[in-house]
Design a protein around this ligand. Structure first.
Ligand code: FAD
Length: 461
């Protein structure tokens, strides 16, 4: 074996150009560091090409389909005829392509060396790609995650699929079984129902979006029942059979369901196999790279961010971790991330959004908890939109707001304020005097805090 050529020395060599990796690259370059960003697929990763962006475009098409169905309620003469999936995909891909081009331009403009190819960690400071070596004073691992399945549940991409296939489907199935009632499963259930499919969700836990406050899960379940989305809760998948015209699923309680397609949405696992991580002595747990609160691995000079580490699997968490690492490397001593303060959204119809602790978590942590539930029935804009839902506040008695949990159309947008309230440790008394524009959904945030402060305006009782 001959000597391999060292292509170049960088301050940072980043493996993976998804949300975590590219955010780190952009911030480090901004701070004057030399950066190599290595990507085997497309710059932007899961979020841009197979995750956040395509699903939200599909959800928006679904929202328009629902608006057409409900047009007469609002006095508009319109009719829902059918979905044109070629046009839906053209719209969705147009959004992705525009953002992709913008991101490519941004990376170029910051003089980041973008390397296309499959990288592997070959020593504590070197990644090898296409037979060439990239050495970094710092290595940042950002190889992301993949859609998991269950033992024996083979993904064929036709009858049995993951979100990777579902984001690119060129037809609307007549019926769908969604295995997994977490965020991704619920978002696809919502999309397909809006597109006109018969949808059944199978969830092993007792609730949909089980990581949310129980009150939010129950409201989502009520809304889905109203929309005609079927679900089986607290029962596990047993087996499946692919037939010529569909797929049949058997559950552990003996019930069976048949549909055109089965979407497997049982979670995402870290992409870390055969990448040289263990060989370099990096501490791992079930494939995840273990890091401290500054995203440092146990090997000096090697960092890890995004879905590869066992923190919340969200694009904005990847951004935050990427920025944190870049700033720490540059000596800015950024504050560690408070993961409780990360906003979370399930972008279905209705949306579920939250920040901070659930009631159960707040009690577990020993807080003296008070709760307030503000029903969106009292909010003018919610009535105009004809949406149902609520804003629930979890607060420490005579102390800061510990959690905000919302259900309803467009409530994800209210997180901008909710996360300030939580992260600035505001009390109900701090928020109550702030005037909210009328009529907006955000008024409900103000009203909820007014009620919690003991001075409700548009609230009964
Ligand atoms: C259907 C779906 C919907 C989602 N919706 C949302 C949402 O609405 N909001 C939200 O915040 N999050 C959402 N997410 C989650 C979000 O996409 C991820 O949290 C985010 O993409 C994680 O970023 P990352 O950089 O860690 O990993 P990724 O985005 O997965 O990027 C990792 C990159 O590394 C590359 N790579 C891997 N191995 C190698 C290698 N050996 N060499 C070179 N390159 C390599 C991959 O090609 C990939 O591009 C969604 C995910 C899915 C699947």
């Amino acid at each position: 074996m001959g000597e391999r050529l060292i292509v170049a020395q960088f301050d940072l060599v980043i493996l993976g150009g998804g949300s975590g990796g590219y955010a780190c690259a952009l911030r480090a370059a901004q701070l004057g560091k030399t950066v190599a960003l290595i990507e085997s697929g497309k710059l932007g990763g899961t979020c841009l090409h197979r995750g956040c962006i395509p699903t939200k475009a599909l959800l928006h098409s679904g929202e328009i389909a629902d608006s057409a169905r409900e047009a007469s309620t609002f006095g508009v003469n319109a009719q829902f005829l059918s979905m044109d999936m070629v046009a839906v995909n053209a719209y969705k891909d147009g959004v992705i392509n525009k953002l992709h081009k913008g991101l490519q331009g941004l990376v170029k403009s910051r003089n980041i060396t973008f390397v296309e190819g499959h990288g592997r960690l070959v020593s504590k400071d070197t990644v090898e790609v296409n037979g060439e070596r990239y050495t970094g004073t710092n290595i940042v691992l950002a190889t992301g995650s993949y859609a998991k399945s269950l033992p024996g549940l083979e993904i064929d991409g036709v009858r049995v699929m993951t979100s990777d296939h579902a984001t690119n489907l060129n037809y609307v199935p007549k019926s769908v079984i969604v295995l997994g009632g977490g965020v991704i499963g619920c978002e696809f259930a919502s999309v397909w129902k809006s597109f006109g499919a018969e949808v059944t969700i199978i969830e092993g836990l007792p609730h949909l979006v089980a990581l949310e406050d129980e009150s939010s899960s129950k409201q989502l379940e009520r809304a889905y029942r109203k929309r005609g989305i079927n679900f089986e809760l607290g029962v596990r998948f047993k087996s499946h059979t692919v037939t010529a015209d569909g797929v049949t699923v058997e559950l552990e309680d003996g019930k069976t369901f048949s549909a055109d397609v089965l979407l497997v949405a049982v979670g995402r696992g870290p992409v870390s196999a055969n990448l040289g991580y263990e060989e370099q002595g990096i501490t791992m747990d079930r494939g995840y790279v273990i890091v401290d609160n500054k995203c440092r691995t146990n090997v000096p000079g090697i960092w890890a961010v995004g879905d590869l580490i066992p923190t919340l699997q969200l694009a904005h968490v990847g951004f935050g971790e990427g920025i944190l690492v870049a700033e720490e490397i540059c000596g800015l001593s950024p504050r560690p991330i408070n993961y409780d303060g990360v906003p979370r959204v399930t972008y279905s119809e209705p949306e579920v959004a939250s920040v901070g602790l659930t009631t159960a978590q707040a009690k577990e942590r020993g807080h003296d908890v008070v709760e307030l539930n503000y029903d969106l029935a009292g909010n003018g804009k919610a009535q105009i939109l004809r949406t149902a839902g609520s804003i629930k506040l979890v607060s420490q008695k005579n102390g800061p707001v510990l959690g905000i949990h919302m259900v309803g159309a467009r409530v994800g947008e209210l997180l901008a304020e909710a996360q300030l309230i939580f992260n600035w440790e505001a009390t109900a008394d701090d928020v109550a005097p702030l005037i909210h524009a009328h009529p907006t959904l955000s008024e409900a945030m103000g009203e909820a805090h007014m009620a919690l402060a003991g001075k409700p305006l548009h609230a009964h009782g």
